[in-house]
Every structure is written in C-alpha cells, then in structure tokens.
Ligand binder design. Structure first.
Ligand code: FDA
Length: 292
C-alpha cells in the first residue's frame, strides 16, 4: 500500500494528507493552535522533516524550530515543541545533533517552554536516549518518547525512571523486525500498560499518546487506582485523528494536547498516517481508478 502511495502524484496525496497537517507555513500552524487553545486544548508543534543528510539542512530545521518557539511566545500559545532527532542531524553526527537540540532546549528554558524529542526507528533508539539523557543532565524542560511495541521499552523505563523523566508513551509507528518488536495488537497494548504503570509508580509525568479507546479507558482506570495527580499526566493525540474522542476526553476535564505538524516536508509523515487508516487508503485507490 505504501508503495502505491509513493507512486501517486504528490498533488493527489496532498488532498488526502491535509487533514493530518496544519498547513505548509508556520502562520497556518499558529492559526490552527489558536483554534485548539480556544477550546482549552494544548498543542505540540512539529516542523515536518526527518532523515536529514547534510548539516546545512539540519541547521535550517533547527532555525525553523527556534522560530516556532518565538511564535509560541509572540502569540501566547498553549503549546510546546516536538522535534525529530534525525531532522536535527542525528544520522550525520551525534555531537552535531546534540548542539542543535541543546540550542532549542536552552531557548525553551529561557521562555519557560518545553522540547519533546520524538522517537524514530530502532537504529536511533539508543542514540536518542543518549541525546535525551545528556540534555536532561542540564535542563528539565526536555522529554522523550518511548514506543510500546519495542521489547526493550520496559528496561528503558526502568533506567530513565532513575533520572525522573517526562515521557510521551505511544505504540510506535515504524516497521521493526519481530526480533525486537511485538507484532500482536494485544501484546503491544499489554506492554503499553506495563510501561505506563512503571512510569506512574515512579512519579513521572506522562503524555499518554494514543487514540485506542481500550488504552485510554485502561489508563483512566489506572490513574484512579494509583491516585495519579492531575499534574502528572496528559492525553495526547494527532491532528486529524479521532476528534470525537479528543473532545470527549477534553470535556471530561482531562488535559489533552494535539500534535500539530506543519511544513513543506509533509510527505513521509503523511504516508505513515495514511498507512494507519485503511479506509483512507481505499478512498485514494478508488479515486485514482475512478471507482465509485
Ligand atoms: P491504533 O493504531 O490501534 O489506533 C486506534 C484507533 O485510532 C484506530 O482504530 C482508528 O480509529 C484511529 N486511528 C489511528 N490512527 C489513525 C489515522 N492515521 N487516521 C485515522 N484514524 C486513525 N510514533 C512513534 O513511533 N514515535 C513518535 O515519536 C510518535 N509520536 C506520537 C505523538 C502523538 C501525540 C501520538 C498520538 C502518536 C505518536 N506516534 C509516534 C504514533 C503512534 O506510535 C501510533 O502509530 C499512532 O498513535 C496510532 O496508534 P494508536 O495508539 O492510536 O492505536
């Protein structure tokens, strides 16, 4: 299916992708975040882009991310920043990526904001944890993402709990081998809940990032049973996904944050979102072949 999307004209893929993206410009992202904030919903803004292969591109991406932090202050937004490590140069040189992300975290600290480091595919798991750990030694306004499909995750939680970590916990979206990743839906859910429990029991802040009602209900039950205070968690969802559920969680008095991506490099992100949405893929294919 993904191969099919890659062969399509980008203009067509854009029609189906734009529900997942605020727009191609920062102004469009700011405008979108304002509409969320008006409903009491928080945002995390992401400049689209990943797997950068030269240092100039990584520096440009870091500069764009700095502009996002400026825009958050100027517009008084209830929002923080999410970044992809390979966009900051992690696949080029760890030290170089560290310097880029450090600049972002230092800026976030100055303006009382926060940087979330997204987790990419498994060649970068160890490097991303190392990047986070070094930044966390200096600043507390930085957090990491862990993926419940990875078999290593419970061990990572045990290690990161020792530092006192601000987590986002998600299922994980990249294609990983069965030797390192759970493939069964229920196994991933079980690992998610085991990781969440470990995080809460050590008094960490957790962004519960999922649209899976099974996990959301189980998390709410766990929060009650463990008496987790409201300032130790939030729910997180992606722009354009399960807005009904988002509004329900929000109206029940839970803090919720939406991942708001924007930018010109929208293709790779959109492909991953479309992969999660078989109905949308069917529509695209019907549209191409003119099937009613
Ligand atoms: P699941 O895929 O089972 O979806 C549950 C239900 O949600 C589906 O049945 C469907 O109704 C709906 N749904 C989900 N995706 C949809 C879509 N694209 N379109 C339409 N409906 C959809 N991953 C990662 O590897 N690294 C990361 O850093 C992040 N960051 C991140 C941030 C935030 C805020 C979220 C919410 C998610 C991520 N992810 C991520 C993605 C995550 O790993 C996962 O792929 C998606 O959230 C989908 O998994 P669910 O838990 O929602 O379950």
């Amino acid at each position: 299916m993904i191969a099919v999307i890659r062969m399509m004209p980008k203009s067509l893929v854009w029609i189906f992708s734009k529900r997942y993206i605020a727009g191609k410009t920062l102004q469009e992202a700011v405008d979108y975040v304002k509409t969320l904030n008006a409903k009491g919903i928080y945002a995390t803004i992401d400049v689209l882009g990943e797997s950068v292969t030269n240092k100039e591109e990584a520096v440009a991406a870091k500069d764009e991310a700095l502009s996002v932090l400026d825009a958050i202050v100027q517009n008084n937004l209830m929002a923080n920043l999410s970044i992809k490590p390979t966009q900051m140069g992690l696949s080029i040189d760890e030290e170089f990526a560290y310097a880029n992300v450090l600049e972002l975290v230092e800026k976030a600290k100055k303006i009382n904001n926060f940087v979330r480091i997204d987790m990419e595919d498994s060649p970068y798991t160890e490097k991303t944890i190392r990047l986070f750990t070094r930044l966390h030694e200096k600043y507390d306004c930085v957090g990491i993402v862990l993926q419940a499909y990875l078999k290593r995750t419970l061990n990572d939680v045990k290690e990161l709990n020792k530092l006192g970590t601000n987590y986002r916990l998600c299922k994980g979206i990249y294609v990983e081998p069965a030797s390192i990743a759970y493939k069964d839906k229920q196994e991933i859910r079980d690992n998610y809940l085991n990781a969440l429990e470990l995080m809460f029991k050590n008094n960490n802040y957790v962004g519960i990032a999922t649209h899976d009602e099974y996990l959301i209900n189980a998390a709410i039950k766990m929060i009650k049973e463990l008496n987790v205070p409201k300032d130790k968690y939030e729910f997180q969802m992606l722009l354009g996904v399960r807005e009904d559920l988002r509004d329900k969680i929000n109206s029940n008095g839970n803090k919720i944050r939406i991942y708001v991506p924007f930018g010109k490099d929208w293709f790779a992100y959109s492909t991953r979102r479309l992969k999660e949405n078989p109905e949308m893929l069917k529509s695209i294919i019907k549209n191409i072949f003119g099937i009613k």
